[in-house]
Design a protein around this ligand. Structure first.
Ligand SMILES: [Cu+2]
Length: 104
């Protein structure tokens, strides 16, 4: 995750049934996070984060990282389709900090 408001890579392909360990690094100088969810969930959550920017989460679909830190999300993809991910720090989602996981 970078201060250019991008994930690299921003598209990931997995097989249905696979369990993936995402090792996520914040290479920027500000806080970033990776949250997995549906496009709808992420959009709603991004709006909420504008009202409550200090909201913190301990959810298993989420990792929030200070500059220079790494963290993990472990997730099993049980259905084929598209799962989105995004950074929900205020303004980052709107700046395009998002990506997709294609499950086949
Ligand atoms: Cu961010």
């Amino acid at each position: 995750m970078s201060d250019a408001m991008r994930f690299a890579p921003s598209e990931i392909r997995v097989r249905k049934g696979e369990t993936i360990r995402f090792v996520v690094t914040n290479v920027g100088k500000i806080r970033h996070e990776m949250v997995l969810g549906t496009a709808d969930d992420l959009r709603k959550h991004a709006e909420l984060m504008k009202k409550y920017p200090d909201m913190h989460h301990e959810d298993p679909n989420h990792v929030s990282l200070d500059p220079g830190k790494s963290g993990e999300i472990v997730w099993q993809f049980t259905e084929s389709g598209v799962v989105e991910f995004a950074c929900l720090q205020p303004g980052h989602f709107d700046a395009g900090m998002k990506g997709r996981i294609v499950v086949r």
